[in-house]
Structure formats: structure tokens, C-alpha cells
Design a protein around this ligand. Structure first.
Ligand code: C2E
Ligand code: MG
Ligand code: MG
Ligand code: MG
Length: 273
């Protein structure tokens, strides 16, 4: 009967929730050890000049090499790490590994590292950054820090000062996932950045007149503010062609190169004839 089916469905649902819950608990308890055991590793994804196809920079992306579950993406652990106060450690680990590895590459591309809002709350991030640069020997001008609107949401003096200090060191500051939040434009008024990354949700909808208008506006804005623009999530040739024709200089996405555990290719595959 329908009643019985309903009951079964509920049972299945709660079993799934319970698995989810135990999964989370297991993940939380393992994450601390993961860092100590060197299981947090870094993948790099190319950021490409859409005209020449040359790789000009890359983004460092955290991966968890789990002994049983294989290579885990940030979606499986970054949020948890933020909640249980481990993001500082993971973030510092990714920063140190990225600086250390980038210095050994034979190309001089910039490497971008993502920053969680919490990493600015202790007030010691600038010191950690200086240490990572010093210990690795990576020139500050080859490092970029990607922040999202979440970082700027607090709008406190300490956040602003730390972001200004990062730039004063010569490290690039990049506004990540631009347009995906609520008040992207007001943040541009408050802090100085070197680059803007247009969120992948826009790149994926370039078929829409409205989205194309928004992207052209961002390109124009960036030109006037003298900052560079990267379109995230470039997956098709059509998207790439549109970016090139509309003054968006850089792209990042599966078409141009997937994240890899080694240095990104110097030239995007689509142009490497
Ligand atoms: P993000 O900073 O916006 O990074 C880009 C994400 O988009 C990456 O996912 C990348 O693999 C994915 N991506 C790139 N090109 C394409 C494409 O063409 N199509 C699609 N569908 N996706 C594409 P990933 O590696 O899973 O990272 C997800 C998010 O996790 C990142 O988003 C970033 O916010 C966060 N994250 C990653 N590493 C770190 C880290 O070390 N620290 C912090 N705080 N957050 C991190
Ligand atoms: Mg990013
Ligand atoms: Mg992004
Ligand atoms: Mg994004």
C-alpha cells in the first residue's frame, strides 16, 4: 500500500541520513591526522591567455589523498575543516606546498592560493605568508591570494589591514567567484585587488543575452580599474571564442586544462598543434 511505501521510503531516507552523519564524524576525526600524515596534497589548474593559449598562472587546489577513499575533492572536506577549526592548518599546508613546488618548476608562472575567511581571524596570516615565501624562496610577485566575498563580509578593520599588507608585500590579491554573492561591486570600492575571477556560473550561461551583458560590463569595469579578468569554468570552444572577442583576457576551465598533480602545461592543449 501507499502507506507502507511511504514508511519504507522514510526508513531509506533516515538510513541515508545516518550514513551521512557517521560519514561526517569519521571525516572530522580523520582530518586532523590527514594533515600530519601529509595526505593533504595540491593540484594545479592552468590560467590561460585566451589569445595565445599560453599558461600565465595557475590555481592551487587542495586534495585529500585518503588511504581508503582515494583522492577527495575540497567539497568533501573544506567546509568540515572550516567548521572544526582545521582550515588554518590545511590552508597553511596548501600555501607552503604550493610555494615550495612552484619554485622548482622551470616556468615562472604565478601560483594562486585560496584563502578562507577564518584564516584572517587570528591575525597572524601575514606572518605565515612571509614565512612560506621566505622558507620556499618563491618571489612574492609569483604568488596570488584568492579571496571571496565571504572574506570581506565582516568588513572589519583587521581584515582590510591584512589584505592591504598582503598586497604591500608584492603578493597579488584576486577577488574569486566574482558576481556569485550579494554585493560584489561594493567590495571593489573598499579594497584594492589585482585581478577578478568571473564565477563559473556566468561562463556557463553565455548563451543568455543578460549574462553576456553582465560579462561585458565586468570586462569594461576591470579595464577602467586596471585589474585583469579571468573567466572560470571555461568548458567549450564557443565560450572561449566569446571571451576572446569580448576582451576577457584569461580563462580557466576543463577546456584549457584540468587540475593536475604536477606543474600545468605551458600551452593549453586546444592550441598545442
Ligand atoms: P574555486 O576557488 O572557485 O576553484 C575552482 C573550482 O572549479 C575547482 O574545483 C576546479 O576544479 C573547478 N573547475 C575548474 N574548471 C572547471 C570547469 O571547466 N568546469 C567545472 N564544472 N568546474 C571547474 P575544486 O578543486 O573542487 O575546488 C572547489 C572549491 O574549493 C574552490 O573553488 C575553492 O573555493 C575551495 N578550495 C580548494 N582548495 C582550497 C584551499 O586550499 N583552501 C581553501 N580555503 N579553499 C579551497
Ligand atoms: Mg579560487
Ligand atoms: Mg573560483
Ligand atoms: Mg568558483
Amino acid at each position: 500500500s501507499a502507506k507502507r511505501e511511504g514508511k519504507n521510503r522514510f526508513r531509506l531516507f533516515s538510513v541515508a541520513m545516518e550514513q551521512d552523519y557517521t560519514e561526517r564524524l569519521r571525516c572530522e576525526s580523520e582530518l586532523g591526522d590527514a594533515i600530519a600524515r601529509g595526505q593533504i596534497i595540491v593540484a594545479y589548474q592552468a590560467i590561460v591567455d585566451v589569445v595565445s593559449g599560453q599558461t600565465v598562472a595557475c590555481e592551487a587546489l587542495a586534495r585529500w589523498q585518503h588511504p581508503e577513499r582515494g583522492l577527495l575533492l575540497p567539497g568533501a572536506f573544506i567546509e568540515i575543516a572550516e567548521r572544526i577549526d582545521l582550515i588554518d592548518h590545511i590552508g597553511e599546508r596548501v600555501l607552503r606546498v604550493a610555494c615550495h613546488e612552484a619554485v622548482s618548476w622551470n616556468s615562472l608562472i604565478q601560483v594562486n592560493v585560496n584563502l578562507s575567511p577564518r584564516q584572517l581571524q587570528r591575525g597572524n596570516f601575514v606572518r605565515i605568508l612571509a614565512e612560506a615565501l621566505h622558507d620556499s624562496g618563491l618571489p612574492p610577485t609569483r604568488l596570488g591570494i584568492e579571496v571571496t566575498e565571504r572574506t570581506l563580509l565582516d568588513d572589519d578593520e583587521s581584515t582590510r589591514r591584512q589584505l592591504a599588507d598582503i598586497r604591500a608585500m608584492g603578493v597579488k590579491l584576486i577577488l574569486d567567484d566574482f558576481g556569485s554573492g550579494y554585493s560584489s561591486l561594493s567590495y571593489l570600492q573598499d579594497i584594492d585587488v589585482d585581478g577578478i575571477k568571473i564565477d563559473a556560473s556566468f561562463t556557463g550561461k553565455l548563451g543568455s543575452n543578460k549574462v553576456r551583458a553582465i560579462c561585458r560590463m565586468v570586462a569594461r569595469l576591470a579595464m577602467e580599474l586596471n585589474v585583469y579578468v579571468v573567466a572560470e569554468g571555461v568548458e567549450t570552444r564557443e565560450q572561449l571564442d566569446w571571451l576572446r572577442l569580448n576582451g576577457i583576457a584569461f580563462g580557466q576551465g576543463f577546456l584549457l586544462g584540468r587540475p593536475t598533480l604536477h606543474a600545468p602545461d605551458r600551452q593549453a592543449a586546444y592550441l598545442a598543434l
